[in-house]
Design a protein around this ligand. Sequence first.
Ligand code: A5P
Length: 237
Amino acid sequence: VDSHQDRDQLKMKAAEAAVAEVKDGMIVGLGTGSTAWFAVESIAKRVAEGLRITAIPTSEQTAEHAHRLGVPLSSLAEHHRIDLTIDGADEVERSDLNLIKGGGGALLREKIVASASAQLVIIVDEAKLVDRLGVHFPVPVEVVPFGWQATARRVGNLGSTPSLRVGADGKTFVTDGGHYILDCAFGPIASPAQLESELNSIVGIVENGLFIGLTSQVVVAGSGHVDILRPRAARAG
Ligand code: A5P
């Protein structure tokens, strides 16, 4: 699948398959990014048809989109427990369904929402499945602006080349939380869980885009098929 349009078709298929799992009365986490965008569209359609849900957005961008389409919104302040979150990812590790997220810059809120969710359903097109995380995509690391250069140096010492993210306007990208993002190219990551905790023990780092053990299900759309992947523990049980 190479054309942009074909890829959008796959994103839409994955999104619609995930949204089909949403049931009346659920608290639903809404992800961020171009794939999650299709999930918001699809949920809005079901809401217009009478589905009753309350949604918790993972970014200002998604909140604005959902609000505009009439999806009822709330926050984690009102609902500490989310039934089901639907979100995209930048890379999905085939074996354990660990993820790299944050290409859209919403990783902190996405991780908070994912951690509060009974189920995290990830929607991707098949190009995002990898054997090892980090092969194609750098790990986004959210840092406080104060002293970010010193923080970047310490991330570099873990074996990466961090680069400060710049927005489309040519200015330093600032997250919804007012932080910066270092895109850290590590190459293939042998132990994502270990790297996640090493990163988060560096002062100045707010969060990182490695999502370990959070995925309940990955909906993968390829040309002519939609597959559901589940983590090993769930498959065994
Ligand atoms: C947003 O911060 C990200 O975590 C997205 O979920 C991720 O970048 C996937 O985005 P796309 O669906 O646009 O590829």
